[in-house]
Design a protein around this ligand. Structure first.
Ligand code: ZN
Length: 504
């Protein structure tokens, strides 16, 4: 859904993305020196190489698992964390970066031994172990940190830190795409390096902490309540759910056995509870259209940003448990938002983008499933809805100009708002997928919807790979269709605008 990302505008290519060239040079050096010579240790890259958001992610290692012990006091705003990362070096590593803002003192251990740390520009933490890490070998990095969220936010001149949302009842929640996680914990914050995640969350008694994945019942001790949340499947860091509030928690299970945890702010109006009531119906609908639910747990986190934060709205598909942060005026909108975010559990969470230019794989599908829900549950005539929408936008060059892929190419800078454009992947994307459905027919379209998440389960995929998959499934050459809808800034020609039953 429309996602508000704190601190959205970031410079494009603020520094050169180097990992590909660095790896090539290292490989060449190895060949020249013979197989027995080890490459000299060097610093891991400070970027994962996505040109849209070069500050995100790092090079020189791949993460296998995250284990975070976090203590949050929503009243004093004090945060104490210890993150242990298990990773494998992918080069002879003299130092490496984590994505973590400079929020105060940190202490790092690598393989149990003290390591030097230094903040670098924006949201980078450079960790230098006491000895180089050998290429191909696993290592652990433990980072302990403490900060006061309000003091740090004030230092930035903000009411809240980026990636943080305060709720009407004084709680807090993590919220941001693609950034935000770096103001909560250190990580390799790129969807291209997903890993399992265990969260041990301590909150003062009387508060309720919620995370992602499977829950271990909370234990109270010395005025603190600690719950453990185990996500065994790979998760991107922006999709790790984390919230603390005076939640009313409903627990149940899907018919396929996965535990459901729905956390509701008790201050929310009744219609939010109605949306939660329809969650089983929504999940049954989505499993019929998209195939088996891929995750080990399910549910949702509903929070109210409060009157002091009225402009902050939206929802984010945090893995297994989307986070809904809104003051919706229209009760009817709520169910559609739950359909949208829950669709992302297949399209966006289990299957992640390879790069942010592929975002239509997330948002076009989550938005189109809202149309399919209206068709199935409200008898909406989607062909008529489509024709009306096309007619309304017929002469709107700006609307047709929104690119559904490669949307930032040629721009001097790129923001989350440019990538997740409301008129683009959320709106024109619905038309494009409805036209695709009519172009290849319901049978092939249904096979694509169910087959794609299985093919790339818990991995990454690109838009180019999707086009190839559709061509194979539909057994059609769709080059002209894809160019017209997904690579052009003009209204598609009639043959692609009105395929199949749309021509009538
Ligand atoms: Zn979405």
């Amino acid at each position: 859904m429309p996602i508000r990302t704190p601190g959205a505008r970031r410079p494009l290519l603020s520094r050169a993305p180097v990992p590909i060239f660095a790896a090539s040079v290292l490989a060449a050096a190895l060949v020249c020196q013979g197989p027995s010579a080890a490459a000299a240790p060097s610093a891991g890259s400070d970027t994962a190489g996505d040109p849209y958001f070069p500050q995100d992610g790092n090079g020189g290692y791949r993460v296998a698992h995250y284990d975070l012990a976090l203590r949050i006091d929503p009243e004093s705003k004090q945060v104490d964390g210890t993150m242990t990362i298990t990773a494998v070096a992918t080069q002879e590593l003299g130092s490496f970066n984590l994505d973590f803002a400079d929020l105060g003192p940190v202490r790092a251990l690598v393989n149990g031994k003290p390591a030097a740390t230094a903040p670098a520009e924006a949201t980078e933490l450079v960790v230098t172990p006491d000895r180089p890490l050998p290429n191909g070998k696993p290592f652990t990095a433990t980072v302990s940190y403490s900060f006061n969220e309000q003091e740090q936010a004030a230092a930035l001149g903000k009411a809240e830190l980026p990636g943080w949302v305060r709720t009407s009842s004084g709680g807090v929640a993590k919220f941001g795409e693609p950034g935000g996680a770096e103001y909560w914990f250190p990580s390799d914050n790129t969807p291209d390096d997903k890993a399992s995640f265990r969260l041990s969350l301590a909150v003062p008694e009387g508060w309720v902490g919620i995370g992602g994945g499977r829950e271990t019942p909370a234990v109270a001790k010395d005025g603190w309540t600690t719950s453990v949340w185990d996500e065994p499947n790979p998760v991107a860091m922006y999709l790790v759910p984390l919230a603390v509030d005076h939640f009313d928690v409903r627990r149940s299970a899907l018919p396929t056995g996965q535990p459901v945890v729905i956390a509701l702010n008790p201050d929310r109006p009744d219609y939010v509870h109605d949306a939660a009531d329809r969650y089983p119906e929504i999940m049954a609908f989505l499993q019929e259209k998209l195939g088996p639910y891929p995750h080990s747990a399910a549910g949702g986190i509903f929070i109210d940003p409060g009157p002091g934060n009225k402009n902050f709205g939206g929802a984010l598909e945090t893995q297994t448990r989307p986070t809904y942060v809104s003051n919706w005026d229209d009760p009817g909108q709520e169910v559609g938002v739950v359909v949208h975010e829950s669709t992302h559990e297949w399209y966006g969470d289990s299957v992640s983008v390879r790069q942010w230019r592929d975002i239509c794989l997330n948002e076009c599908f989550a938005s189109y499933l809202q149309w399919m829900w209206e068709e199935a549950k409200e008898g909406e005539d989607l062909d008529q809805k489509y024709r009306d929408h096309v007619q309304e936008k017929w002469d709107d060059e700006e609307y047709w100009g929104h690119l559904l892929t490669d949307m930032c190419d040629g721009k001097d800078e790129c923001s989350a708002g440019d990538v997740m454009n409301g008129q683009g992947v959320y709106d024109k994307g619905q038309l494009a997928l409805h036209a695709l459905r009519r172009q290849i027919g319901d049978k092939a379209f249904g096979e694509v919807l169910r087959g794609w998440p299985v093919r790339h389960s818990f991995g990454n995929a690109s838009w180019a790979e999707f086009e190839q998959y559709v061509r194979q499934t539909a057994k059609k050459d769709l080059g002209g269709f894809f160019r017209a809808w997904f690579h052009s800034g003009e209204r598609p020609a009639d043959e692609y605008l009105y395929p199949g039953s749309l021509a009538q």
